[in-house]
Design a protein around this ligand. Structure first.
Ligand code: GDP
Ligand code: MN
Length: 398
């Protein structure tokens, strides 16, 4: 789960990281009011969307008057901000953050990620802050400083000092760097984050080390341990298909293709997507309905997959290990009676009681296309989609 910049800043500041003064606003008038309340002469208004690259896309504006703040935010509220991280559809702006502007002397990149190779938290830093990490590693790979943290002892001060020196931070500021790095690390581990990014971390002309931007992602599977973090979820920033699935306890990722997939088990779902591609189709989604495959879950899955208007055929691929294929077949039939499905449906079952399951499907009287192997299932789905699509074209022509 991602959170907004202003939320990440609040979280990090509770761990001792210095952030600018700021206040949240839900309208241009409120934004101007917040700035007056804060005082000062220059402010930065920042669109709160779950994506980086806002600066270049017009989502970050430096203002020096009430009128400028009103004008800048009027151009933001209710609009979609399209950055290189949002995809072409963009993300809606419903909140802006107003901050006291700080005089920047240097910008540093700072990121905390989980490194799969070492199975450790890795700190990635660069003296080339402000640029996105992808650009830094493409253009200035030599500027990247890396350090891994030994989990048993945590992030040590000497490591932080080493990082600070490698970044060329002045000796008088090293203590502030240590505090920042340790604060981010503690927030990362104590809150089960999977990513903390401060870009830029700035050194101001009056010698302060401040997190000017902040991004945090949390491990969804650990959110139950952190109710105060789960509360920060903002559904307006999520793919509506994915948040609907999460609410129903299904694991769903929306994709661009038109073959809907209903599968149990993440590995099988991946294999199903690969096989669809091999057969010449494009999957519309990844969907793992979990172990149960009860009629209710299968019905929910059909509704979810069909809520994507691009879906033109559905492949149901269920392996019954603990479950039984005859029960799954009953579930599929019940779901198809409950949910109106106007696209071809291919069902492939494997595992316990597979013959009984196939028989139930065959005798159901429903137009279910059956398949034995995954390859056959994928080929039949792609075939059904192609002939269905050509029929639609014919209809459109005649
Ligand atoms: P992002 O583009 O979504 O990553 O948004 P950032 O919060 O990183 O802001 C983009 C850029 O705006 C930063 O790299 C800074 O150069 C600039 N910026 C943001 N806040 C301030 C500020 O308080 N003062 C000044 N001078 N520049 C700022
Ligand atoms: Mn940034």
């Amino acid at each position: 789960m991602d959170i907004h910049e202003y939320q990440a800043k609040e979280v990090l500041s509770n761990f001792g990281v210095t952030v600018p003064d700021g206040a949240l606003a839900y309208s241009p008038e409120q934004a101007a009011y917040r700035a007056r309340e804060m005082g000062g002469e220059r402010w930065v208004v920042k669109a709160q969307v779950h994506a980086g690259g806002r600066g270049k896309a017009g989502g970050v504006k430096v203002c020096d008057s009430d009128a400028a703040i009103q004008e800048a935010t009027e151009g933001m509220f209710g609009k979609k901000l399209v950055t290189h991280q949002t995809g072409p559809e963009g993300k809606g702006i419903y909140r802006v953050y107003v901050e006291a502007a700080v005089p920047i002397d240097r910008e540093i990149y700072l990121g905390f990620v989980l490194d799969r190779t070492t199975q450790r938290v890795m700190i990635v830093a660069s003296a080339e802050g402000g640029m996105e990490i992808e650009d830094i590693s493409a253009n200035r790979p030599d500027s990247i400083v890396r350090a891994t943290v030994e989990p048993a002892v945590g992030l040590r001060e000497f490591q932080c000092r080493q990082i600070a020196f490698k970044l060329g931070v002045e000796a008088t500021l090293v203590q502030q760097m240590v505090r920042t790095l340790q604060g981010c690390y503690r927030a990362f581990t104590e809150l089960d984050a999977t990513m903390v990014e401060v870009n830029p971390l700035v050194i101001t002309s009056d010698n302060r080390v401040i997190a000017l931007d902040a991004k945090m992602t949390f491990d969804d599977n650990a959110l139950f341990r952190h109710p105060q973090i789960s509360e920060l979820r903002d559904k307006s920033q999520e793919d509506p298909r994915e948040s609907r699935a999460a609410d129903r306890g299904l694991s769903y990722v929306g994709l661009e293709g038109n073959i809907g997939c209903i599968v149990n088990g993440a590995g099988l779902a991946m294999a199903t997507m690969d096989t669809i591609k091999l057969a010449g189709g494009e999957p519309a989604n990844f969907l793992d309905i979990g172990g149960g495959a009860t009629p209710e879950r299968v019905a929910k899955a059909f509704r979810l997959v069909l809520s994507d208007k691009n879906v033109q055929a559905i492949l149901v691929n269920i392996f019954a290990g603990i479950n039984r294929c005859d029960w799954v077949a009953e579930g599929v039939i019940q779901a198809l009676k409950e949910v109106q499905v106007d696209v071809p449906v291919v069902v492939r079952l494997a595992g316990n009681n597979v013959e009984a399951g196939q028989k139930i499907l065959a005798q159901s009287g429903l137009p279910i296309i059956r398949a034995t192997t995954l390859q056959e299932a994928a080929e039949r789905t792609v075939g059904a989609w192609q002939s269905d699509a050509s029929q639609t074209t014919l209809k459109a022509v005649s």
